[in-house]
Design a protein. Structure first.
Lengths: 391, 689, 204
């Protein structure tokens, strides 16, 4: 029946004076929430409702979650047909578009006026985050040195609350906060930089198994105390793959101790020249990220204009990938429609052809070409009369 | 008067009438067109360019009208035509006038009589009335209508100028806000030589810092409040206008107007006056001078954005070595910029006049000052060139290791500081109670005594022996207090076993050791005197010996010290040997203070997010509020985030014009921090990977 | 050893940047002597305008002669400080009327902002060794050289609660300018403030 806009109007008319007991809807786009709910209401009220589509409708689903980043923002995961061009926007304006090479993709949006929407062709899904993240601290353990200093700086400048213990001499540490209190009620993740974290290995292990996050740099990962937590072994240290810090691949300019071999259950999440540069592993309820880099500070100092910000973002991403996440539920927007095609199936069942012509309601709109033809005919008649001198 | 003479007179009169008619039609048609524009402007405000075009059109219409009138009256140039016109209007002439224009012989007298018997006045008056009266009537009508138009409407059509938006009376003016229309006049500082500019309906005023800004609006019953960063700006009412005058600030600010009906924001975006750019082209590089004679050419190029006030060369000559350096600062080559934007400083520097010594270093740079009398003057300088005078035998040196200095007592005050303290005490004598005064005087006496002991340490260290008795104080100290410097030195040398007679010959040929120590011994003696006066609370009497001690110390400084230093060997510290070998007594764990988050970026991020949320609202006030929020965010970003400020400016303009601002907003989102990060595929680990 | 601390002396185009050649080794010795911080056994010299400056987040600058930075040096320094580097400047003249003081403070103001007095309760003085009275007085201040004033405070440019430029009028370049082997003659090591500066830079 209605494949154009204005289905809601036609449904209202149908509802006011139903011409038949059977309603078949033939659509060329995925129905929106209001149309779908209306049809479901008609179905519940006794009308037999069926639907069909002119062509294959794109299956689209959207999930929005808060980004684990003190700067805020959200991450949207999108499921859509392969090779589809997905346009992402929020309540204010379009934000970006992406072409999916698989059946899904993710986009992290630092500024979003929720709800977010994704559009493929004429189909649109909208969703808003139902939760917000509760702030937890990050604990940095290591020796006094540039890496520790700049890792803490990057996290603090990004807005993380950091506790730290930097050993400078036997029995003498520079501390911040209470780094010895490792508990998921206050700490999201621990970053162990080097052998100075050895003395806390057992407490860190318990923390991770109870759900906490752990980030290991090579020296710490290679220590016997952390073998049970590391995602893999630590290979010999390699020189940087690049002399200059290029914005496109800044970590190529860092020395690296590749992660090899990977332990069972670990997944490689970053490669460099065929070797694993970052790996992740679940230990108990917690997550561990092992890095192959131990001088990330050089990226911040020697990189291009945006390297400071990129370094902060990367460390936030590393910590966010391991951190214990505590959510607080927030109000859910009612104006969302996260998976419109799935919802249509759920509401009206699978599509099927129209049962019979008599039961199909069709709205015949006065098409533009008909108006144009009528106008042209009138004009011809008027011209003809003028030429003939007829009144 | 013959018929022909009468005809010529009529021809002249008709010619004048034609000209008058053409002029009248020209004026009238132009006036009517301008009236039409004025009426349209009353209904819908017409832009300045449209009204200026109307003025041009009115001129064209006037010319066309005049031309048409003249073409229609072209017959007056021919006597035959005029005669025929008269024959047409005076049938009683019975073609006698036309006939007379040709040779008719004997009938001429008869025809003359016929013509003379007719009166031509009436058709001429009618012709004049028709030719001039109609256009004048229309002109009068137009003027009456124009007079009935709202005030200022006719002026806007007749003399369109930037800023005349205030001359237009808005329709429905009863509840209109005083901020509906505003006009800003920007008068740049005089030194810039820039002309004044008028801006209608400004959202951003970009001008040189220090420019005078005059912002005007239409006066209504509601008073206008103007503020910059919560500071009120004076608003004066003048007839039908309100006016606010302020100076363009040095950093970007938002100027807020409010009148109880609406508010309006204007961004004040200062343009900084650049300091002069000075490039020293000669000498082109640092160098070493082998001789101290000759002349060095110096050339510097100077540029400024608004004009130079002057330029000069600055020289610093460093003399000395080791721990003693003297500096002389000279300026030369003063040139007047004369307001030019580019200039050059050229000078030959005669080295002889600088009295350079071997080893001296000449630091040379060019400087220039601009004419900025408001926020300046801006002073620019070139890179510095260093010219060093070669020493004789340079390169011959002996490497030796410096010895560690003796441990210093941080509680000691220098002699100069003690003099300053004592002078302050003397000044405060009247205002101070007796007891604190006594305590302070004795405290300074204590410091003076300790410094005296320190000087004694130095003297005796040089003589190769610890200062005997100083540590014990008491009797020994008192005994030494009465000694002259010579006696003291004798005592010192007696203690070290040196023959006093030989070394105490304080003649012109005195030994370097004595020459070095003599001023310090004098200082030592003067300090004794000062200590005693301070102890008995007579600081005024203490001051002269304290100053003598200071002067003696200064003299001791002047004694030449020789430092032998070649290229020091590269020292490789044996880390394994020294690692943790030191005593860490007094060292302990410390709390680190956290770094503040980059709250500026976070705050701006949230501000843009809120503005975008407002922008997505359906209601006009929400959009207006969103635009105002973007405008204020722009003010915040102008100083340190130019890319963001530019994107926001575009977004604001586009939104105000009611167009699609997606591109500008996307640009602003990205300028603010980071672009959206697209991750292909759905990772099993997390969104980031 | 990875990420070890390398003591870097800044080389600038004007002036005598190399006037205190023994200070680096002396401070390296002290850092090793008192702390467990990995440290390179030799210092390096790094031109102020070189990109290599970014490899050394703490650098030391001294001299007697006027310091006039080139545009490239000034830009490099500003970028270095923005990124998180720390510059320690010592007036080898110990003279507030001297040209080094006048010119280098002007350059610091242009590149980083105005210097302010660092309170003697600043964490710099307690970050390892404790200096209850602030910066230790040097023998150069007491023996009548330079401006003949005992400077009670160091100066600093502080950003976000962190010292980015530390400036001393106290002539530590003379005070610490001796071979580390001679440290054995001292009853109290006079380079201990240098250890605090290094530890502060490495942990803040």
């Amino acid at each position: 029946m209605v494949a154009q806009n204005g289905l809601a109007v036609a449904l209202a008319a149908w509802t006011a004076a139903p011409p038949a007991d059977t309603l078949h809807v033939h659509v060329d786009h995925v129905l929106d929430g209001q149309e779908r709910d209306w049809l479901r209401a008609l179905s519940s009220a006794g009308t037999t409702v069926s639907w069909s589509a002119r062509s294959t409708l794109p299956a689209l689903a959207l999930e929005v979650q808060p980004r684990d980043d003190p700067m805020g923002g959200v991450t949207a995961r999108v499921a859509a047909p392969r090779s589809a061009r997905v346009q992402v926007g929020d309540a204010a304006s379009p934000i970006d578009s992406m072409v999916l090479d698989a059946r899904g993709g993710a986009i992290t949006v630092p500024i979003a006026s929720q709800p977010l929407s994704v559009r493929v062709g004429s189909s649109q899904a909208t969703a808003a985050s139902a939760d917000s993240l509760l702030a937890r601290r990050v604990v940095v353990l290591g020796r006094g040195g540039w890496e520790g200093k700049f890792v803490i700086a990057a996290l603090e400048e990004r807005g993380w609350l950091v506790d730290a213990r930097l050993a400078v001499a036997p029995g003498i540490d520079v501390t911040q906060g209470t780094p010895e209190m490792l508990d998921t009620s206050r700490v999201a993740a621990v970053i162990a930089l080097d052998s100075a974290a050895d003395r806390d290995a057992s407490r860190i292990g318990a923390f991770v198994r109870s759900g906490g996050g752990l980030v290991l740099e090579p020296e710490a990962a290679g220590r016997p105390a952390f073998v049970g937590l590391a995602a893999g072994g630590v290979a010999r240290r390699e020189r940087p793959a690049s002399i200059t810090v290029a914005d496109a691949a800044p970590r190529r300019a860092l020395a690296m101790s590749a992660i090899a071999p990977l332990h069972a259950g670990a997944v490689a999440i970053e490669w460099r020249d065929g070797r694993v540069a970052a790996a992740a592993r679940r230990v108990g309820a917690g997550r561990v990220i092992q890095l192959a880099y131990d001088e990330s500070w050089r990226w911040r100092m020697s990189g291009g204009e945006g390297s400071m910000e990129a370094h902060r973002r990367w460390w936030t991403q590393v910590v966010g990938a391991a951190a214990y996440q505590a959510f607080a539920h927030t109000a859910t927007s009612s104006a969302t429609d996260a998976a419109p095609l799935a919802s249509l199936y759920a509401a009206l069942g699978a599509p099927r052809p129209a049962l019979d012509a008599g039961a199909t309601a069709e709205r015949h709109g006065l098409h533009l070409w008909m108006i144009f033809a009528l106008g042209a005919m009138l004009l011809a008649e008027w011209g003809s009369r003028r030429l003939r001198g007829a009144p | 008067m013959t018929a022909r003479e009468r005809l010529r007179r009529v021809q002249w009169l008709l010619g004048v009438t034609a000209v008058l008619s053409a002029a009248s039609w020209a004026v009238t048609s132009a006036t009517l067109l301008l009236l039409l524009i004025a009426c349209a402007d009353v209904a819908v405000p017409l832009s300045l360019s449209f009204r200026r075009t109307g003025l041009v059109l009115a001129t064209l219409v006037a010319l066309i009208a005049a031309g048409v009138a003249l073409v229609r009256a072209r017959g007056v140039s021919s006597e035959e035509s005029v005669a025929l016109w008269l024959e047409d209007h005076l049938p009683e002439l019975r073609y006698s006038l036309v006939t007379l224009l040709k040779p008719v012989g004997a009938a001429e007298a008869t025809l003359e009589r016929v013509v003379a018997g007719t009166r031509w006045r009436a058709p001429l008056e009618r012709a004049l009335l028709r030719a001039v009266g109609v256009p004048l009537f229309l002109l009068a009508f137009a003027l009456i209508v124009a007079r009935m138009l709202p005030a200022g409407s006719a002026r806007r059509a007749l003399t369109p100028v930037r800023g005349d938006v205030l001359a237009r009376t808005p329709t429905g003016a009863r509840n209109a806000s005083a901020l509906e229309s505003i006009v800003a006049r920007v008068t740049p500082p005089a030194y810039s030589g820039l002309a004044s500019v008028t801006i209608e309906q400004p959202t951003t005023i970009t001008a040189l810092a220090g420019s005078q800004l005059e912002i005007e609006g239409r006066r209504t019953d509601a008073p206008v409040d103007a503020r910059v960063d919560s500071q009120r700006v004076a608003v004066v009412s003048d007839g039908a206008r309100w006016r606010s005058t302020l100076t363009m600030p040095v950093r970007a600010e938002a100027l807020r107007f409010a009148d109880g009906i609406r508010e309006r924001w204007v961004v004040l975006e200062p343009r900084a006056d650049s300091v002069p750019v000075v490039t020293l082209t000669l000498p082109a590089r640092d160098s070493v001078l082998r001789t101290r004679a000759g002349r060095i050419p110096i050339v510097a190029e100077v540029h400024d954005d608004f004009g130079l006030a002057g330029g000069w060369l600055e020289l610093i000559i460093s003399s000395g070595d080791g721990e003693q350096f003297r500096f002389r600062t000279l300026t030369l080559g003063h040139t007047s910029g004369g307001g030019a934007r580019s200039s050059a400083i050229r000078r030959m520097l005669p080295l002889d006049s600088l009295r350079l010594e071997p080893g001296d270093v000449l630091h040379l740079r060019a400087m220039a000052r601009d004419r900025n009398t408001v926020t300046g003057p801006g002073i620019g300088s070139s890179d510095t060139r260093t010219l060093r005078v070669l020493r004789a035998g340079e390169g011959d040196s002996v490497a030796m290791e410096g010895a560690p200095p003796p441990a210093a007592d941080s509680s000691l005050l220098s002699q100069r500081m003690l003099v300053l303290l004592t002078e302050a005490l003397v000044k405060q004598r009247r205002a101070m109670a007796h007891e604190p005064f006594v305590n302070e005087s004795r405290r300074i006496a204590g410091d003076q005594a300790r410094l005296r002991r320190r000087v004694a340490d130095v003297i005796f260290a040089r003589l190769g022996s610890p200062a005997p008795g100083e540590e014990q104080g008491g009797v020994e100290e008192e005994r030494r207090g009465g000694m002259t410097p010579e006696q003291l030195l004798r005592a010192a040398e007696a203690a070290t076993g040196t023959a006093a007679d030989k070394t105490l010959d304080f003649s012109e040929d005195e030994s370097p050791v004595v020459a070095t120590n003599r001023p310090l011994l004098e200082a030592y003696q003067a300090m004794w005197d000062a200590s005693r006066s301070l102890e008995i609370v007579e600081p005024e009497r203490a001051l002269p010996p304290m100053r003598r001690a200071l002067e003696a110390i200064e003299r001791a400084r002047q004694v030449e010290r020789l430092y032998l230093r070649g290229r020091p060997p590269v020292i490789v510290v044996d880390l394994a040997r020294v690692r943790l070998s030191g005593s860490r007594e007094g060292a302990s764990a410390r709390e680190r203070t956290p770094r503040p988050a980059d709250s500026l970026a976070a705050r701006r991020l949230r501000r843009l997010e809120r503005a975008l949320t407002l922008l997505s609202g359906a209601h006009a006030p929400q959009r207006t509020a969103a635009i105002d929020s973007l405008l204020l965010l722009r003010v915040d970003a102008l100083a340190d985030a130019p890319a963001l400020a530019t994107s926001l400016a575009t977004a604001i303009d586009v939104l105000r014009a009611g167009r699609d601002a997606t591109e500008a907003l996307t640009s602003a989102r990205r300028a603010l921090g980071e672009a959206p990060l697209v991750t292909p595929g759905l990772s099993s680990w997390g969104s980031a990977w | 050893m990875v990420s070890e601390f390398v003591f870097a002396t800044v080389q600038y185009e004007s002036g005598d940047w190399d006037s205190a050649p023994l200070v680096p080794a002396n401070l390296i010795d002290s850092v090793a002597r008192y702390t467990s911080i990995p440290v390179s056994p030799t210092g390096v010299i790094v031109p102020l305008s070189s990109p290599d400056l970014m490899r050394y987040p703490l650098v030391y600058l001294t001299g007697h002669l006027p310091v006039r930075l080139s545009d490239a040096e000034r830009r490099s320094l500003a970028r270095y400080l923005d990124r998180g580097g720390m510059l320690f400047v010592d007036d080898h003249n110990h003279d507030v009327d001297g040209q080094f003081h006048k010119t280098v403070t002007d350059e610091i103001r242009r590149a980083a902002g105005p210097l302010v007095e660092l309170p003697n309760t600043h964490p710099l003085y307690t970050t390892f060794f404790h200096f209850d009275d602030g910066p230790p007085t040097t023998s150069q201040e007491l023996n009548g050289w330079g401006d003949n004033l005992v400077h009670r405070h160091l100066m600093a440019v502080v950003r976000g609660g962190r010292i980015v430029v530390l400036y001393s009028n106290k002539d530590y370049s003379s005070e610490w300018g001796y071979h580390p082997e001679n440290k054995r003659f001292l009853s109290v090591d006079n380079t201990r403030l240098g250890v605090n500066i290094v530890v502060y830079a490495l942990t803040r």
